[in-house]
Design a binder for this molecule. Structure first.
Ligand code: ADP
Ligand code: MG
Length: 696
């Protein structure tokens, strides 16, 4: 029998420095380590697919090997010795009928020397190097063979492995699983036929052990029909479980909030404007949801300034009018306070009691608010994540609204939902970063989506200009001119992720420099490190017009609404992401004034930064910008932390596999309708008890 050894230093293993001794083996057993990779059941192993392959089906004569390329040779040991200069190493000389070469091991065991008795036949695979003394391989994989040991007739899979797990262990375990698992198809023949899919068993067998003729490029790019089948299955499992989650939600009970519409009508009558058609439409979608006996779970997306707050207020009125409380949670204190002021102004006149809860409230005030929430006296409660903290109990929460939901983690959103005694509250999530439809479809578990695709009338597009930092004086002059005309302006400094202190410094320095350059202007400063009270008072001064120029870090990113601010300068615009720049820019152009946004950059610009700035200059449409952003960054990064708790796609790449998404969706609907038993088996195979991932 041949034996194969995986030594430290061979290519698939972790890199090891020759001077540091091997890490002592951890206490974990192999089984535990495999479990860490998510490998428990046979089907887990079957679906643990190779990253790449090595071709061990061929032997290359030594004189035909190319330096820099991988090769497998078979040759006989002619000499073996341990050398001590320049460092301790095991050096093996080999020869086949075509030529000679050297194998070199820096990490080796004394016992290993015995593998290389002169005359032993060795099969070695590794990268060829042109060494000082001719051809050589450093730390090749090798095995001792006798003349009659056949070559494998399949490509050798290389699997994703964790620490302390060898390829050999994985191969053995996977081969065993392939022999024993149920590989029968979970898609019925008509589905396979309609979408021209390969059978499941054929696909997995091919992917684990492809014949040498299978083009490796197709395997590598995951475009081979066997890969397509796997990806199709993965998407189908996701779709099925979403649909199931939806059905499960409909089994839960929530209070119908549809009896009275008095408050909604009164509110609409007091608004100084009419709803846009898009607002009307999303409101009617939400109103219908609220009337259902199961909890609403709806995402309201709309560009910055599209008027989501009014819609949220309408939903709150509906809940309150039907005897329930509503809560609105915002990601920052500034934004929460803005909401509070606006909604209190709108709704208190109609007799609604509005309460305010944030972490910065003094204990006594907080206890008082809590009591009002608990007693049910507060009908609408607005706040930060303080709302979901211990000790806050709602008397009868009927509607939970989360603004800028992309800023919250899944758990936080769920926590607000859990604040209701008896029955699930309806949930409305709002976001100004629109997500393209296919992405929303695959990433957001069980969520209905409403979109405001129209801005209120009279909005003037913001003129966006890009300026080299060298032209700073010119920019300051423009700011001065705007302020002379009675307008206000923002000067935004970037958040440097690695260093909050630096970030602060930029804002503080900029504030000082601008205050010096513009002695007649009231220049304010707001940043994330300020005490909440201080922040609030600066913001209040800006809203009231006392502060004319506001230097800010990105704390103003979301939601701040000052119609008289018509100019924004963004410092180091090259450091911001597209979505963030768009959000920031959304702070202006909110009133009747002609607005301008100046993107100041510090060159030289990377190609990506240049692309971002030019997209922003040419488009003011959040959807278009999101689409371009997705193109530039890919879905993983685009979704960022939003991904947590959402569907995990292991094999599908949403960038290249968009076309499969639609197909798998149709196939899933078909499966549920006509082949529910197949659907059950499919879900069991792909998710087997792990559906919790998808509950969000
Ligand atoms: P966002 O969607 O970014 O949260 P807001 O709800 O803050 O937007 O609305 C932006 C501004 O537009 C607010 O001043 C709001 O009062 C105003 N607004 C909302 N809807 C309309 C409308 N239909 N007509 C005119 N102004 C509106
Ligand atoms: Mg908003």
């Amino acid at each position: 029998m041949p034996f194969e050894l995986d030594f430290a230093g061979h290519k698939a293993g972790p890199a090891q420095s020759p001077v540091t001794p091997r890490k002592p083996p951890t206490k974990q057993s192999v089984g535990e380590r495999l479990e860490k990779l998510g490998l428990r059941s046979d089907i887990d192993y079957v679906l643990h697919l190779p990253m790449r392959y090595e071709d061990e089906t061929r032997i290359t004569p030594i004189d035909a090997t190319q330096p820099g390329a991988g090769a497998q040779i078979e040759a006989v040991v002619t000499d073996v010795q341990i050398r001590y200069r320049p460092r301790r190493q095991l050096v093996v000389q080999l020869a086949d009928s075509s030529g000679e070469m050297t194998l070199r091991f820096i990490n080796f065991y004394a016992s290993q020397v015995k593998h290389f008795d002169v005359g032993t036949r060795i099969r070695a695979r590794g990268e060829l190097r042109a060494g000082y003394a001719g051809r050589e391989m450093i730390h090749p994989r090798y095995q001792v063979v006798t003349e009659d040991v056949p070559l494998p007739d399949r490509l050798t899979p290389v699997y994703p492995a964790g620490e302390g797990i060898t390829q050999g262990q994985l191969r053995t375990a996977i081969a065993r699983a392939l022999a024993r698992a149920d590989l029968s198809d979970t898609l019925p023949p008509p589905v396979l036929e309609r979408y021209r899919l390969e059978g499941f068993e054929k696909a997995v067998r091919l992917l684990h052990n492809p014949a040498p003729e299978v083009p490796q490029a197709l395997l590598f790019s995951r475009t081979h029909p066997a890969w397509v089948r796997i990806k199709f299955d993965e998407l189908v499992s996701q779709q099925l479980s979403l649909k199931r989650a939806q059905a499960a939600r409909r089994e839960q009970t929530a209070h119908r909030l549809s009896g009275s519409t008095r408050l909604v009508e009164a509110f609409l009558a007091t608004l100084p404007f009419r709803l846009t058609r898009a607002q009307e439409r999303v409101w009617s979608e939400i109103r219908d949801d609220l009337a259902q006996p199961y909890p609403m779970q709806r995402l309201l997306q709309g560009d910055v300034g599209s008027g989501k707050t009014v819609v949220a207020a309408l939903a709150a009125c509906q809940a309150i009018d039907n005897g329930f409380q509503a809560a609105l949670m915002a990601p920052t204190e500034i934004l929460a306070e803005q909401h509070f002021k606006k909604l209190a102004q709108w709704l208190e006149a109609l007799g609604v009691s509005v309460a305010w809860l944030t972490g910065s409230l003094k204990k006594k005030a907080r206890d008082l608010v809590r009591a009002r929430i608990e007693g049910g006296d507060a009908s609408l409660v607005i706040g930060t994540h303080a709302l979901i903290q211990e000790g806050v109990e709602f008397a009868r929460l009927g509607l939970a609204i989360v603004d800028e939901q992309q800023r919250f983690g899944v758990e936080q959103r769920l926590a607000l939902r859990a604040k209701s005694a008896g029955g699930q509250p309806h949930q409305l999530m709002m976001s100004a970063t629109p997500i393209p439809r296919t992405l929303a479809m695959t990433y957001y578990a069980d969520l209905e989506v409403s979109t405001i695709d129209e801005l209120p009338p009279g909005r003037k597009p913001v003129l966006t200009r890009v300026f080299d930092g060298a032209k700073r004086a010119e920019v300051i002059e423009r700011v001065a001119a705007a302020i002379r005309k009675g307008q206000q302006a923002y000067w935004v400094c970037p958040l440097i992720e690695e260093s909050e202190a630096l970030d602060l410094q930029t804002a503080v320095d900029t504030h000082a420099a601008l205050a010096l350059a513009l002695p007649d202007v009231a220049v304010g400063l707001v940043h994330g490190r300020m005490a909440p009270g201080e922040k609030a008072s600066i913001m209040a001064a800006f809203v009231a017009g006392g502060v004319q120029l506001l230097v800010a870090t990105t704390v103003i990113e979301v939601g701040v609404d000052v119609p008289n601010a018509a100019l924004m300068v963004i410092e180091h615009a090259e450091r911001f992401g597209l979505a963030q720049l768009h959000q920031l820019r959304g702070r202006i152009g909110r009133g009747a004034l002609e607005s301008a946004c100046i993107l100041l950059y510090q060159g030289p610009l990377s190609a990506l930064a240049r692309e971002r700035l030019s997209i922003l200059r040419s488009s003011s449409d959040g959807f278009e910008i999101a689409r371009r952003d997705l193109e530039l960054r890919g879905p993983g990064e685009f979704l960022g932390q939003r991904q947590s708790g959402m569907a995990l796609l292991r094999f599908v790449d949403l960038e290249t596999d968009q076309w499969l998404v639609e197909q798998s969706r149709d196939a899933s609907a078909w499966l549920l309708r006509d082949y529910s038993e197949y659907a059950d088996r499919h879900l069991e195979r792909w998710l087997g008890g792990r559906e919790d991932f998808l509950k969000a």
